[in-house]
Each structure stands twice: as structure tokens, then as C-alpha cells.
Design a protein around this ligand. Structure first.
Ligand code: AMP
Ligand code: GLY
Length: 433
């Protein structure tokens, strides 16, 4: 086996500071082709893997300057904001390699109106909808609706711009709150009113270089704060992978009716999409439908998926960026299941304190249980919280119950004041067993 010299290895820059970015850093560290890993801005956990640099994810020019100065071979963008701001356009203008779609491609997530109109144009199954920019017209339309229904702000709202309404009065309140009180700022200048879809939600992420699609394993996340999928929406309280809600036949259907038409449609729109395309699917009685697309990896799905991936992630990223993903490219997966349980600060997703000491962090992860950090800071060997979602604790085993037992077993060893976590990750499939 040839051993690559450190100087021949690739320097990578990972943009973002959440559990998703820690998972990407952790996985890239396993590649023999990767040398130095830089994280901007990173978090406590990422500081054990690479060098954290104090540049925020939306400081596009400063990030490009950094990549240029440090001879970064490949930059990987975690969150949606820099993509929506055009970080890929800026890097490409400066001939710097970067993984992710450009600003035009990122609209698939940054504008729900763009996304829904795209679905309509390319006959991609989704909930029936209408777009409004005038309050009275939106309210008038709601008189004709069946309830529940769904009201969505057009722009990015940190996963909170979707309101499910059970009556005309609730719909009126939601419309006024988004469009008049501007609860989500400019994101609510236009809204979508759409039908409520019933079913199980599944996250389906694929790598695409604009031609081929390479699916990751399917996963399911739990967006709501409290057990039984109740309470306010959060960034995600836990996820597991794979889900047997999608069998081979359904996967073929999803490819044929959703994923391939999407990639073809993007090409038709002259969008040069390279990166991850993440379909939020609802498995309805009349087949899978797309609730939304994201233009990046999911969080916390990525923390559950990457520990099962055996293929070299750096190779996959480079093939995507260089438009060399073969249609027959097969990913190799470890057998079994994984589960990620998020530990959050007391009060999340509302107000919470930070700077809380975290104990029990000297547990060394192993290949069946590991801790991926979101909002943490390290001061020598002391750990402190810095955010709402603090840690993602991942268990891996031959099946989902085993994976959960390992994740919850490791959680018991970690303590911080007010730590909150859901005890029912995976319940939607486990309760059927
Ligand atoms: P989105 O940001 O569009 O994914 O919406 C956030 C969450 O709202 C989704 O994960 C779903 O749980 C829910 N949601 C969005 N659209 C619908 C719909 N048409 N029917 C039912 N639930 C929906
Ligand atoms: N887990 C949902 C998201 O990443 O948007």
C-alpha cells in the first residue's frame, strides 16, 4: 500500500459549526488523501480534528481569501446561508474548488416559491399550492380551504417558516404574523398556502454533479422539541438511518419521478448544480411527494448517515466537484443501523443559557458510539455549551434498537445543567414492531 506524503495530501476547509460539519470533519479525517483540516468557524469537537479559524460562515470574501492563502484543495459548505449568499460563485470566480451549489442552485432551498414553481413546471409530485404577496388575497383563499393546511414563508427562516394551521382563524393569524408583523423578516414578503399531506416523513439525500445522482441511505429525523413529535419545531432533535420505510421499489419510484426529473429540470434551467440535494419527502397514500428541497446535508441526519459510510468521502466530494460521478458509482455501507440523539440546552428552541460546563466528555468514542458536537467550546480539557443544540450522541449496531441503546448508554455518561434530549428517537418505526 503506498503511503501518501503529508505534503501531497489535500488541505480541506469545512464551513460551519454544527454537528453536521463535525460529522463531515470526522469522516474526512479517515481519508488517507486528506491532510490538514480547517474549520471556519468550527466548534469544540472540530477543534480536536482540525484547526478552527475564526471566520464566520457568511463572510464569503474572507473565506475565499483564507482558502487562497492556505492552498485549500477543497472547501465544503455545511449550512445553507453561505450557499444562498453565493459563496460558490465567489470561490469559482477565483478558481477555488468548492463543494455545493451556486447561488442559483441554492434557490431550491432559499426560495420556497422558486422550489414549488420548479416542481409544477417539471411535474414533480408535491402538495397543491398557491403563492400570495397580498394579505387580503391570501386570507380570501383560505376561506375556501380544507383544514389542516400549511402556510409557508418564501425565504430562509432557520427551519421555522412553516406553520400548520387547523382552522381559518389560525390561517388568518399565521398570514398576518408572517406578512404584516414580519415574524420572519423579509423571508415572509411572499407566502405559500398549501394542502396538508399525511404520512411518514423521510429524508433522502443524494450527491449530484448535475448529471448523475448517487443516493445516500435514507433517514428520518425528529424536528419537534418534545416526545411524540410534539412542541415547537427545532433544527432537529435526533435522526436514525437507514429507514425501512423506503424499499427498493419505492426508491426506484423516487428516483424516476422525483430525483432524476429534478436534476434534469435544474439542467434545463441552466443551473450547474454540484453538491448535495436533500429531498424532504412525505410518503403519502398516493405515493411519495416532495415537501421541500434543501441544497446541503441535513442536520442531524448527516450525523447518523456518515458513520455508516465506508466509501472515501473526500473522493466522493472531488468527483462531484469535478463532474465525474459515474451513474454506476456505488457507495459502500457498513451493515446495521445508526441513531443520533441530540442533547440540547434547557429552553431550546426558545431562550437558553450558554457557557454551562459539560462533564463526562472524556469518554473516548469508538466505532459503535461517538459524540458529535454542535454548540460546544473547549478550554483545555474543560468543555462548555455555546448553543441550543449542544451534542449529537450516535450509536451504531446491527439494528435500530441496538443503535439507540448504545446512544442512550453514552448519553448517561454526559452531564450538563438543564440538558434536554428526547427519549423516543425512532419511535415512529419502532412502535410498529
Ligand atoms: P419544510 O421547511 O417545508 O420542510 O417544512 C417543515 C416541516 O413542516 C416539514 O418537515 C413537515 O413536517 C411540515 N410540512 C411542510 N409542508 C407540509 C405539508 N404540505 N403537509 C404536512 N406537513 C408539512
Ligand atoms: N434535519 C432537517 C434539516 O437539516 O433541514
Amino acid at each position: 500500500m503506498s503511503v501518501q506524503k503529508q505534503s501531497e495530501k489535500a488541505n480541506v476547509l469545512i464551513i460551519g459549526s454544527g454537528g453536521r460539519e463535525h460529522a463531515i470533519a470526522w469522516k474526512l479525517k479517515q481519508s488517507r488523501k486528506v491532510g490538514r483540516i480547517f474549520c471556519a468557524p468550527g466548534n469544540g469537537g472540530m477543534s480536536l480534528i482540525g484547526k478552527c479559524v475564526n471566520i464566520k460562515a457568511d463572510k464569503i470574501r474572507a473565506l475565499a481569501d483564507f482558502a487562497h492563502r492556505n492552498k485549500i484543495t477543497l472547501t465544503i459548505v455545511g449550512p445553507e446561508q453561505p450557499l444562498a449568499l453565493g459563496i460558490v460563485d465567489e470561490f469559482q470566480r477565483r478558481k477555488l474548488k468548492i463543494f455545493g451549489p451556486d447561488r442559483k442552485g441554492a434557490q431550491i432551498e432559499s426560495s420556497k416559491v422558486f422550489c414549488k414553481q420548479f416542481f409544477q413546471k417539471y411535474h414533480i409530485p408535491t402538495a397543491p399550492f398557491k403563492v400570495f404577496d397580498i394579505v387580503a388575497e391570501a386570507i380570501g383563499f383560505c376561506k375556501t380551504l380544507e383544514y389542516p393546511a400549511v402556510i409557508k414563508a418564501d425565504g430562509l427562516a432557520a427551519g421555522k417558516g412553516v406553520i400548520i394551521v387547523k382552522s381559518f382563524d389560525e390561517a388568518t393569524d399565521a398570514i398576518k404574523s408572517i406578512m404584516l408583523k414580519k415574524t420572519f423578516g423579509k423571508a415572509g414578503k411572499r407566502i405559500i398556502v398549501e394542502s396538508f399531506l399525511k404520512g411518514q416523513e423521510v429524508s433522502m439525500m443524494v450527491l449530484t454533479d448535475g448529471k448523475s445522482i448517487i443516493p445516500f441511505l435514507s433517514s428520518q429525523d425528529h424536528k419537534q422539541a418534545y416526545e411524540g413529535d410534539t412542541g415547537p419545531n427545532t433544527g432537529g432533535m435526533g435522526a436514525y438511518c437507514p429507514t425501512d420505510l423506503i424499499d427498493d421499489k419505492m426508491m426506484e419510484e423516487i428516483k424516476e419521478h422525483i430525483l432524476l426529473p429534478t436534476v434534469a429540470g435544474l439542467r434545463q434551467e441552466k443551473i450547474n448544480y454540484k453538491g448535495v440535494l436533500y429531498a424532504g419527502l412525505m410518503l403519502t397514500e398516493s405515493g411519495p411527494k416532495v415537501l421541500e428541497y434543501n441544497c446541503r446535508f441535513g442536520d442531524p441526519e448527516t450525523q447518523a448517515i456518515l458513520p455508516l459510510l465506508q466509501t472515501d468521502l473526500f473522493d466522493l466530494f472531488m468527483k462531484t466537484v469535478n463532474k465525474r460521478l459515474g451513474a454506476n458509482e456505488k457507495l459502500s455501507w457498513r451493515n446495521g443501523s445508526s441513531a443520533c440523539v441530540v442533547m440540547a440546552s434547557k429552553g431550546y428552541p426558545g431562550k437558553y443559557s450558554t457557557g454551562v460546563r459539560i462533564n463526562g466528555m472524556n469518554e473516548k468514542g469508538n466505532q459503535n458510539a461517538l459524540v458529535l458536537h454542535s454548540g460546544t467550546r473547549r478550554d483545555g480539557d474543560k468543555w462548555f455549551t455555546t448553543g441550543g443544540r449542544v451534542l449529537g450522541v450516535v450509536g451504531i449496531d446491527k439494528d435500530l434498537s441496538g443503535a439507540l441503546t448504545r446512544a442512550y448508554g453514552l448519553i448517561k455518561k454526559i452531564r450538563f445543567d438543564g440538558a434536554m434530549f428526547r427519549r423516543d428517537i425512532g419511535f415512529r418505526v419502532l412502535k410498529d414492531k
